[in-house]
Design a protein around this ligand. Structure first.
Ligand code: ZN
Length: 412
């Protein structure tokens, strides 16, 4: 497996002037890389110079370095324009440096690899049942899966820049500690070492936060709004708050635990120890049970059951087949609290909710209309996520590549 080095050795700096010069070059490299990566149509060197305000000769040197480092690729020259000189369009290099997204969720393990163009070059999702599981065993299995994928990627000439591990719980990316993941039954552990991925730099993150970042990057149909609440519904339910295109993380990144918002204090006991949490009504296992399916049945079975009009179809305003609060009304209740507290007008539903939205929407919207004080004055939007299944894998891989783009000098 190829694991790339991290930052350049900076010990050759000889003094403040050299350090300044060094960091100016780093800054300019980032400017040039962003100019290439963040425009809709490829620029030539002259175009990059115009976009960045840097001298043409400086841009040319930096582009050469980015090409040599396999971050940027030159397309065949095109002739055109008034000057008539051929221009070489510059694009993010495909299948060179890649980012690795990893995930442990309650009912699957996932590994996804994205390249600098955003293409998915490898994708493995393995269903499982990891409720109250042994972290060493589960993370060991994920590590094996990751090694297999990385070996394939390396054999194809790609270099893995790093990885993000998405977890359904409270994580501290600074210390690498998972504080608690109630549905996995895990607490107070350092997951990265248990993956056994050696020198590969791996950072941990919350699943819903990474999925929201994937959503922010834009889907196929509708551009993501600048501010929204992203709700990721699986066995557990997590949320992420995006404000002005950035995650709002609270003090430690532990906000958004919408699955443990109480919707009925007299309700059933939750994996967190409290009673009547949203997860007990709108978590995937709860929705399966309400539909008369085994709690670990695949999502497709629930969709099929709902499409056939079977039990579990939330009947607006009333109870579900087994008398429990229907998922849509419970979700609407928790979301109404969010909207009342945060003043966001777009709610994006991801994970299992993306496919279930046709059966949830009416109840969610009815409760929002009832419970959100500002409802008569704002256009509250409830929409399906665009980022696709297991979006945290995509978000994690993208985060690795964003870090490369923020510091391309480390790769030159
Ligand atoms: Zn709970």
């Amino acid at each position: 497996m190829t694991t790339a080095g991290t930052a350049h050795d900076t010990s050759t700096r000889t003094g403040p002037a050299a350090a300044r010069q060094h960091s100016l070059r780093e800054h300019n490299l980032e400017l040039v890389a962003r100019a290439v990566f963040e425009v809709p149509e490829p620029l030539s060197r002259a175009g990059v110079a115009a976009a960045t305000g840097l001298a043409r000769a400086t841009v040319s040197t930096l582009v050469d370095q980015l090409v040599a480092a396999r971050l940027v690729r030159e397309l065949p020259a095109v002739t055109g324009g008034r000057a008539g000189r051929p221009a070489v369009p510059l694009v993010p290099a495909p299948r060179s440096l890649v980012g690795l997204g990893l995930e442990v969720n309650v009912d699957y393990l996932g590994v996804r690899v994205l390249d600098l163009t955003g293409e998915v070059v490898a994708d493995r999702v393995v269903p499982g049942a990891f409720h109250d599981s042994d972290p060493a065993v589960v993370l060991g299995r994920l590590g094996e899966l990751a090694r297999e994928v990385c070996d394939g990627v390396a054999a194809a000439g790609m270099t893995v820049a790093g990885a993000r591990l998405a977890l359904p719980g409270l994580v501290d990316p600074r210390t690498g500690l998972l504080e608690v993941a109630p549905n996995l039954g895990w607490s107070s552990l350092e997951p990265v070492g248990l993956l056994g991925l050696g020198e590969l730099p791996v950072r941990i993150a919350n699943e819903a936060k990474l999925a929201a970042l994937a959503e922010l990057a834009g889907g196929s149909d509708v551009a993501a709004p600048d501010s929204f609440v992203f709700v990721s519904g699986d066995v557990g339910i997590g949320a992420a708050i995006v404000v002005d295109r950035a995650l709002f993380l609270g003090e430690r990144g532990w906000n958004g635990e919408i699955g443990h918002v109480v919707v009925d204090p007299a309700g059933p006991r939750c994996s967190c120890g409290a009673f009547g949490c949203l997860e007990q009504y709108a978590g995937k296992a709860a929705m399966m049970r309400a539909a008369g399916l085994p709690p670990d049945a695949p999502l497709a079975a629930l969709v099929e059951r709902l499409a056939d009009g079977g039990p579990g179809v939330p009947d607006s305003g009333g109870a579900s087949a087994d008398g429990a609060l229907p998922a849509g009304r419970a979700l609407g209740s928790a979301l109404a609290d969010f909207v009342n507290l945060l003043d966001v007008s777009t709610i994006v539903l991801g994970g299992a909710y993306t496919d279930l939205l046709p059966w949830l929407r009416a109840d969610i919207e009815a409760v929002l209309a009832d419970r959100v004080l500002a409802a008569p004055f704002v256009d509250l939007q409830v929409r399906a996520a665009q980022a696709g299944p297991q979006a945290a894998l995509t978000g994690g891989a993208r985060e690795v590549l964003q870090a490369v783009l923020a510091d391309p000098a480390a790769w030159v």
